[in-house]
Design a protein around this ligand. Structure first.
Ligand code: 0PR
Length: 352
């Protein structure tokens, strides 16, 4: 095989990163295991319990339940599935800010629930008045995002929880990307801060685990029971996951990364990434571009399309928001040197 995997040297668009060396090593050792069959692969099943225990600690959840999913998409789908199956209506709806990830569109489509999308405010956070006027007796779930894909914003989670409660709906928090940086900020985002029922929190993003390692956390075992189906051919009797065979590599690498980095390593990484984001925002502002203030390590800025395309032609892996702004995610592999070289290219291209 001649094809090399993507080098991270110029990747500024991804929410994945180079796995931590201990995560890489653990992934390799557990490549041929299947946590979907815990009767046959008990060691990786035990590791998954460790993973959920640490994810619970990170997300302020005492006595956590959940499992290591393939990613944020699966966790979001499963959360909506729980809410749909609990709702006492045949026409349930889910209320979500427009900043929600597109995986919720897939979830709504597959699960046959109505997705009600409400606007965000001037700071790209869920507009509470809009959410309030959108929920009704058939609302099964309210979604809040803790670290939005486009601007890294954190919705007002406690207030969303109150709105959800007022109509008997569940609150789901999508912290797929933000979950490993938010513990080191003042944001109120987790189970300990609000009436959160379910959460997506992905080790394979800021958690520096190997792909695929997502996380679904639920406030209590009962919620997971909604997902369980009988498994007559397996030693274990039921399965709550969406996929059958799953990646033991993902599970083992998540545990290895979290053992190594939680909490000090992640804190140091957050500080480094946040400083990088502020440095980049500053550099772009000085050059006259409109920049969205990075509240988490993610920078969005208004660059002309031609400049964006020219930077891509230089090999920079960059992406754009729905409204066309440049978007740079300061993941662990994104160093100050990379950003300085990026700005160097920008200066050179803008002069021409
Ligand atoms: N929730 C949030 C808040 C996310 O940002 C993402 C992924 C997901 C859920 C879904 O997670 P999984 O992909 O693990 O299922 N975020 C974007 C994505 O991969 C990140 C992104 C966006 C990457 C734009 C590149 C890009 O050009 O879809």
């Amino acid at each position: 095989m001649q094809i090399e995997p993507q080098s991270f040297d110029r990747v500024l668009s991804s929410m994945c990163t180079a796995p931590h060396p201990v995560a890489r090593e653990a992934a390799e050792r557990f490549l041929a295991t299947n946590p979907g069959d815990p009767g046959t692969y008990p060691n990786v099943a035990a590791l998954e319990k460790d993973a959920i225990a640490t994810l619970g600690e990170i997300a302020g959840l005492e006595d956590p339940s959940g499992y290591v999913a393939s990613g944020g998409t699966e966790a979001n789908i499963q959360a909506i599935r729980i809410a749909r199956d609990r709702a006492e209506t045949r026409t349930p709806n889910v209320v979500m800010p427009e900043s929600g990830h597109f995986s919720f569109q897939k979830a709504a489509d597959v699960l046959g629930v109505e997705l009600r999308i409400v606007p965000t405010d001037d700071d790209f956070r869920a507009d509470l008045e809009a959410v309030r006027s959108c929920v009704d007796a058939e609302t099964a779930m309210v979604v809040g995002v803790a670290g939005t894909t486009e601007y890294g914003r954190v919705d007002p989670i406690p207030e969303l929880g109150e709105i959800a409660r007022s109509v008997g709906a569940l609150l789901h928090v999508d912290a797929a990307w933000g979950g490993f940086v938010l513990p080191f900020t003042d944001h109120e985002w987790h189970f300990g801060h609000a009436a959160v029922d379910t959460m997506a929190i992905d080790p394979h993003k800021m958690g520096q685990a190997a792909v695929p390692a997502g996380g679904l956390l639920v406030r209590s075992d009962h919620l997971l029971d909604e997902l369980a189906v009988d498994t007559p051919y397996l030693e274990s009797t039921s399965q709550a996951t969406l996929t059958g065979t799953r990646s033991g590599a993902g599970v083992a690498s998540a545990v290895a990364a979290m053992d190594e980095l939680w909490p000090d390593g992640y804190r140091q990484q957050y500080v480094r990434s946040q400083h990088n984001a502020e440095w980049l925002a500053d550099a772009l502002e000085k050059r006259g571009y409109d920049v969205v203030d990075p509240t988490l390590p993610l920078v969005a800025a208004d660059l002309p399309r031609s400049t964006f395309d020219a930077l891509r032609d230089e090999g920079w892996r960059i992406s754009r928001t729905g409204t066309g702004e440049l978007r740079v995610v300061c993941m662990p592999h994104v160093t100050r040197e990379m950003l300085a070289s990026f700005i160097g290219d920008l200066d050179r291209l803008e002069v021409r």
